[in-house]
Structures are given as C-alpha cells and as structure tokens.
Design a protein around this ligand. Structure first.
Ligand code: 4AD
Ligand code: MG
Length: 479
C-alpha cells in the first residue's frame, strides 16, 4: 500500500492521527531542544513541518509519556541532516502553533534515507537564478518554482483530456515520424539511419530508397493532417503529443520540441472553431485557478504579480475578434510615429511587437485575429472568395502573443489542388489527404494550442525553457 502523500495529510488531517512522511528536507532549524524540519514531497506546494523535541530523549520517562521519545538513531539522523536529504519521519499529527500551517507532525522518529552533503549539494536554501537552475535541470524540480510548474503542467494535461472527453472528442495518436510537411514551412528534423559519415566520405548523394523507411522521413511538426483523417470519420477528435520544429528561433517563446494539442471538428466552420478555442482556454484557466490555487498564489507572489487577476479577467471576458485587415489598419495608424521596429503593412506577418500592441494596448485582453493573407499561412486553409485571404484564426494573448493557431480547412478539392500546385507541393505525396476532399468531404476546422505557451501564460514564467522539464532548442539538448 502506498502511504499518504503530504497533500493528503494536509487536506484531510482529521482522518489521520499517526503519520509517516517521506520526502526531501527543505530546511532544518534548531531552537534550543527543538528541531524543526520542513519536508516536501512535491505532491503539493506546501511542505509539512516536523517538530522534534530532543529533550524528550533525555528524560526518557517524560518522552515516553508524550509518545515522542527520540531513539539514538533518530538523534543521529537529525544531527547530520541537511537540505536535500531524503527522509522518513513518523509521529503524530497535531495542530500547529506556527503561522501559515494548520497542522504539523509531532515527530517520534526520523530515518535518513539518502544524504545530501551540504558542501556538495547544488541546491542550497538560498534563491537561485533561473539560468543557474537550467544548468541543473535534473535537480530543479526540487525547487518551489519548478515543482509548481510541474504540477500545473500535469493538471493542465489532465484538464485538456477532461475538456475534450466531456464533449465527445476522441483522442487520436497521430504519428511522430512522418513523410509529410504538415505546415509546409520546411522546418523539419530529418530522421535517417543512413551512415552520414560514410556518405560524406564517399562523396555520393544519399539514396533515400535505401533509408530505413525507403524514403525521406521527418519528425512531425503537427499531427493535424492525420487527425483530419480521423475527424472526417469520428466527427470530433484531438491529438496531443510532442511536435518538432527545426526553426532557428532563439526566443523565449520557441522550442524545437514542444507539445501541441490539436482538436479537429467536422461539420464546422471558423466561427465554431473560435468558439471552441475560447471555451477551451477559459475552462483551462478556470481549472488552473481552482485546482492549482496554491501554486498560482506562489507565481502571483514571486514570478508575475497580478497573474491570478489576469486569468480571472480573461475567464470573465468575451474574446475580441478582429480581421487581419482591421488589425493591420490599427497597427498602421498606431505606428505612424515610428512606434514599431517592423513597419506594419497589409501582407506582413505580425511581429511580436504587433501582437503585443493589439493585446496589451488596443484590446487589453485576448484577441482573435482572423482572415490572414493566404501567402503567410499554410496551404490547407480555406480560401475566402476575395482570392487573397484564408479562414485562419490566431488567438493572441497579452505578454505572450500567439497561443493558438487554427483555421477552417479547404474542403474543395479543386481549390486545394490549385493551392498546392501554386506552392510547388508534390500532389502524389498528399493523395491520401486529397481523398478527404474526394470522398464524403465536409466543412471542418481545428486549431493547435502550444502546451508550453499555455503553461507560460498561466504561470507567468518568462522563458519557455522553464516550463518543460528538459528544453530542446538551437544548440541545446542536454540531459
Ligand atoms: O500555428 P501553428 O504552427 O499551427 C499548427 O501547427 C496547426 N497545424 C494547428 C492546427 O490547426 N491543428 O502552431 C500551433 C501553436 C502555436 O499557436 C503556438 O502556440 C505553438 O503551437 N507553437 C510553438 N510552441 C513552442 N515552440 C514553437 N517553436 C512553436 N511553434 C508553434
Ligand atoms: Mg501559427
């Protein structure tokens, strides 16, 4: 049987009398005969205080009366105890006289499971910089910040499944290795078992027919195309998995390996897609506020002031919709005084300074920008009748910019073929995708939420490398 976690002990203290706490020492303080040891097991933000009374050991009779006589082994363990050591503590749960905690453990004994010598353990009681912690990513989950990030990540992954499962969506496992470039952006990692060194030596061009898959293969940039095939059979689907982009963008918002949630809905148009995206984000924020309250209180106090209020206000708001054309008009009139480094014009890709302006200055909240020029969007998006724009939507949020990108998909075979041809795509490679437009085609739409961007937004953390356990980016694949 698994013993109760600290979370269980703190949330149902009335049910527990004698407890056993297992975890890692955060702090140890001595006060005359008393020793206070804060133990954390990561199950929740709080540590539990374990109070030892050394005098109980001396006067054995008194100690026995209190039920807390410390044996020699416990006294020895307490002696050398330092931050980071793993321990097991047993004792009685009692009301705590200390502020900020309802209960503590009146400890009867402790055993040291694994030491963490103070001179060597890199995580001392002081505050460490996020940069330093990135270098010891294998230990950073033991800090308040990274423990909280991990718990929010976990809860949000669960909430994503809850949201879709409760609405009749089926979870589809789309492939990680693929031969198609879903976004047509070309930023793909190639997967090969060819001997690159031997090839280089021979000076010959690689023969991909002899490669593992008999052709060129890549890590997926998105599960969308494959999830579309299931959505046009099971009506509502989603995929949620790792995606990979070999973009050379060394920013605080880009990773080379990130997790993406992609719902796809049949018999749906862009309006349905936007409605779903808004409901989705609001439900995730609501769950974070209610189920991760202690972790969010920490982020609000120590990472980004006002984050809780910001999330609450987004939940209460109605997302503003703005067409790309309207957005550019606003940017042009705001940018006349040289406000932007990149001058906005119709046809430009929105830069992060533009997204910042739209969300933080113009709307002061999330905004959904729709109907982008087709040249700056992927080949599969539904073409508007103006011949210039596509039924795309990006959800932009303050502080971060794009958190969701989606669209209605082109469901007309001839239009999709024409677009692919114009982009020089090989129709033979996408025959299966075109079949969805040949047989039982339906209007359908979907979007992708970058999971780490969601976590950035909810926690207020500034760098995407701090919201995934082991970040992968240009020049970075440690651990
Ligand atoms: O806008 P993107 O490229 O859209 C797609 O991939 C579509 N197939 C989605 C769909 O319609 N099913 O990416 C979607 C989201 C972005 O809005 C962003 O949140 C995140 O994925 N994202 C990244 N997150 C971290 N690092 C990167 N390099 C990212 N690129 C995109
Ligand atoms: Mg996008």
């Amino acid at each position: 049987m698994l013993s109760p976690l600290i979370k269980d002990i703190l949330s149902a203290p009335a049910d527990l009398q004698e407890v056993r706490v297992r975890g890692w020492v955060r702090t140890k303080r001595d006060l005359k005969n008393l020793v206070f040891v804060e133990v954390n097991d990561g199950s929740c933000f709080s540590s539990i205080q374990c109070t030892f009374d050394r005098s109980a050991a001396v006067g054995a009779a008194v100690g026995a009366a209190l039920g807390s006589a410390l044996d020699a082994a416990s006294l020895a363990a307490l002696e050398g105890l330092s931050t980071g050591a793993s321990v097991e503590v047993w004792g009685r749960l009692s009301p705590s006289p200390a502020a900020g905690q309802a209960v503590e453990v009146a400890a009867a004994g402790i055993s040291l499971i694994g030491e963490a010598p103070a001179g060597a353990y890199p995580l001392q009681k002081k505050r460490h910089s996020l940069e330093f912690l990135r270098e010891i990513a294998h230990l950073r989950a033991r800090t308040n910040t990274f423990g909280a990030v991990a718990r929010v990540r976990n809860r949000m992954a669960y909430a994503i499944h809850e949201f879709f499962q409760s609405r009749g969506f089926q979870y589809i496992h789309t492939p990680i290795i693929t031969a198609s470039d879903a976004e047509g952006a070309g930023a793909m990692f190639q997967v090969t078992t060819l001997d690159l060194a031997a090839l280089a030596e021979s000076g010959k061009a690689p023969d991909y027919g002899k490669d593992f898959f008999g052709k060129k293969a890549f890590l997926t940039v998105s599960g969308q195309l494959e999830v579309e095939t299931y959505a046009t059979a099971l009506s509502r689907c989603y995929t949620f998995g790792p995606t990979f982009r070999a973009e050379n963008s060394n920013t605080t918002r880009h990773l080379a390996e990130f997790w993406m949630v992609e719902p796809e809905i049949s018999f749906a148009h862009l309006e349905d897609d936007m409605e779903l995206a808004e409901a989705f984000l609001k439900e995730l924020f609501t769950t974070a506020l209610t189920s991760c309250a202690a972790d969010l209180a920490f982020f609000d106090a120590h990472i980004e002031k006002g984050i809780i209020e910001a999330l609450q206000s987004v939940v209460a708001s109605k997302f503003v919709h703005l067409s790309y054309t309207e957005a550019v008009r606003e940017l042009e009139s705001a940018g006349s005084g040289g406000r932007f480094q990149f001058k906005p014009y119709w046809g430009c890709d929105l830069q992060s300074e533009h997204e910042k302006f739209l969300t933080e200055q113009l709307v002061k909240g999330p905004v959904i920008v729709t109907d982008y020029p087709q040249e700056i969007k992927a080949f599969y998006m539904k073409q508007n009748d103006d011949g210039k724009t596509v039924r795309a939507m990006d959800v932009l949020v303050p502080r971060l910019g794009e958190i969701i990108g989606g669209s209605e998909r082109e469901d007309k075979l001839d239009r999709l073929q024409a677009r692919m041809q114009a982009l020089g795509m090989e129709p033979a490679d996408y025959g299966w995708y075109l079949d969805l437009r040949r047989y039982g085609a339906v209007p359908h739409a979907g979007f992708g939420l970058g999971f780490e961007r969601l976590i950035l937004y909810i926690t207020g953390m500034a760098n995407i490398r701090d919201v995934i356990p082991y970040p992968r980016a240009v020049g970075l694949a440690d651990f």
